[in-house]
Design a protein around this ligand. Structure first.
Ligand SMILES: [Zn+2]
Length: 334
């Protein structure tokens, strides 16, 4: 698959818009590329830049990816393609000044210029104001690409002059593929992808040890409730609550517990189903045969309702104890 097709698989609507605009020479002077991390904003911005400078485009592939211009854009050293991104926490006015100098000084190779601004929402107010001129009075041949995960954080004076382009979230399988390509095992990637659509969040989980502890705790709680694991009420008091002190972390704990229940549900509906928690497969397959559908769905609802109560500031320990008692009060067998 060529680069163009690959990007089209990732973002079909966006790629159709841009390839049509390039082919019919209808590119607007500025776009706001908005979407979550990992949705392809940077690749598509670079693709657009290449499409303007590529020396060997064909009708099917607007970008060859190999000519000297494509290579220079990939290496950030094409004289007419400029990149701007936060230096530390923000994009500062000095960076914008430097960029403006560069834009006037350098010997340009053509009448086209591209400016790609990553994390454009992290621009200081002064930097943004200093950039406004480019946007208000666009030079002919200048293409501005603002990339952001938080379009609402872009100054309205800037956003209103750019054409918004929304990138779609990755599908479950796309996210798993992405995570696997960063070196995460497929087994783990499927668990992460079930919990969040954010690659950023996954990377944070990967960095610390908390995630592994949280997952072990969720498995222990499950075993305590449905198998011959630790007494769940004592486990909640001694292990669960000390581990999940913050509301957000407790939500993660409940989500991880929920993954096990969801696997049981799917397994009871189809024996072909490959569980997310593949390490617990044998136990989950057995439970899927043992529990009634009503019991499984009932318990899933209890967890969902516990998460809602957490948002309304119910005491977390009380909430967990009630959850345990309600799950235990249900009838285990059909
Ligand atoms: Zn090329």
């Amino acid at each position: 698959m060529g680069l163009q097709d690959e990007l089209r698989t990732l973002q079909p609507v966006v790629m159709d818009l841009f390839t049509q605009s390039v082919m019919f020479d209808r590119l607007s002077h500025g776009y706001l590329l908005a979407g979550a991390k990992g949705t392809g904003k940077k690749q598509i911005a670079r693709f657009l830049a290449k499409s303007l400078f590529c020396l060997e485009p064909t009708e099917k592939e607007l970008v060859c990816g190999e000519c000297v211009n494509c290579t220079r854009i990939d290496n950030h050293n094409h004289p007419d393609v400029h990149f701007l991104k936060p230096d530390g926490a923000s994009i500062k006015i000095d960076q914008v000044r430097e960029l403006k100098m560069e834009l006037t000084k350098r010997g340009m190779e053509s009448d086209k210029k591209v400016l790609i601004i990553e994390e454009a929402d992290k621009m200081t107010l002064q930097a943004a104001n200093s950039l406004l001129k480019f946007i208000e009075e666009p030079e002919p041949g200048m293409l501005l690409l603002f990339l952001t995960e938080n379009p609402s954080q872009i100054l309205p004076t800037i956003a209103s002059r750019l054409q918004p382009v929304q990138f779609k979230e990755l599908s479950f399988n796309q996210l798993v593929e992405r995570l696997v390509s960063t070196g995460i095992s497929e087994q783990k990637a499927r668990i992460y992808a079930s919990l969040t659509g954010s690659i950023q969040e996954v990377m944070e989980y990967e960095e610390g040890e908390f995630f592994a502890d949280a997952r072990n705790a969720a498995i222990k709680l499950y075993e305590g409730l449905y198998q011959t694991g630790p007494n769940p009420l004592i486990f909640i008091q001694e292990t669960w609550m000390p581990l999940f002190k913050e509301k957000e972390s407790l939500k993660l704990g409940l989500d991880l517990f929920m993954l096990l229940l969801r696997d049981v549900l799917h397994l009871s509906l189809s024996s072909e189903y490959e569980p997310i928690c593949v390490g617990q497969k044998d136990m989950l397959v057995n439970d899927a045969l043992k529990f009634s559908l009503a019991k499984i769905t009932g318990d899933i609802e209890l967890v969902l309702s516990a998460k809602t109560k957490l948002d309304s500031n119910m005491n977390p320990q009380l909430l967990m104890e009630q959850l345990v008692l309600k799950v235990q009060g249900g009838h285990l067998f059909a």
